[in-house]
Design a binder for this molecule. Sequence first.
Ligand SMILES: [Zn+2]
Length: 414
Amino acid sequence: MKKIFTILLTLGILLPAWAQKPRPDAFPSAEETPAPKSLTMASTLEEMYQWDRYPTYEVYLQMMNHFVETYPDLCRLDTIGTTVQGRLILSLFITGTAETDVYRPEFFYSSTMHGDEITGFYFMLRLCDTLLSSYGTDENITNLLDRTRICINPNANPDGTYYGGNNSVSRSRRYNANGVDLNRNYPDPFGTEPLDSLQPENRAMIDFVSQHSFRLSANIHGGSEVMNYPWDSFTSRERPHEMADWWEEVCKRYVDTCRQYSRSCFRDVNTQGYIEGGDWYVISNGRQDYMNYYHNMLELTMEVSSDKKLATESLQRYWNFQSHSLINYIKEIFTIGDTTHTDTTSTDTTTTDTSHVRIQSMDAPATISVYPNPTRGEVFITTPLATRRVDLSDRPAGVYYIRVDGRLYKVVKL
Ligand SMILES: [Zn+2]
């Protein structure tokens, strides 16, 4: 077994964090992102089937029900849970009708956990329609549905998407109704605790994936165009994912196929269009690391449009250059090798500093608190004993575990 040791005191081993564009996913500059010039809404199912607008909440529900009524043999609707404000978190299970006793691996698409990143919401509805309407006529899609069970959750944060009311997405926002960023609210496999209590949307998602055995998944966001594979908590040099080579191949295939239809796409973070999460930007308590670590579920993050709220006149064009890749990504479930997930834990007791504050090198600490992240310099960590000042200004960017008055705190230094 290959031993993976991560030096958490990351002096001098980080990639230059500023070589890439800062990750917009990490720093919303304001509660609501500015609305582009047109966010036309479909207020009827017929209008939605024009595929040039976003659905009202009612039309979204109607469309999900319409799929089941139109294709009862191919799909069923499931409720993952309800949001803070009582909206539904829905999923559609799609599989073919061919009689076979061959095991069908389960695939999962989930979008828009950041409520204002709505391109993927549209993509997922259109993907449901494409898969269902093509079954029996398109050989490629027929074979895919007969070999897999595909679950599609178009919107994981409808309270955020419909923050301005059910009939508009123009005031959609990143957070849920409690003002919590759902992508900083998952249990962290590397030992940190989220700042906020587990939100109903994430509790429902955790219960849902626990009841299934999804093997491959994608979590769809917006704000950039880049494929982002695990881990998010570490740079690739600190802790490479054991399937990093496979992830890169999968990402490259996705981006290359998109570029057959649009040469300019997936270039706003780097030229290759994909990156390991932590190499772009380290985050804690994100969904990607949680899913990969705890559920033996290979999940990456797709950032599918530079504009979070893609103008409705661009929706068709974005679908046209990504639809092939979205379908092909499902097929990647058959390219997964036999690599098993392994993780090692070890402790290096090397410490620096003295007194009440120690910055410690160790791997996978058992009990730890996460400090409000990230920071560019000094932090004030309050323990039961006192508030201690820690200055990381002179240290390179990276993840630090800091022992203060005997307790460990995880701090991300930008
Ligand atoms: Zn996002």
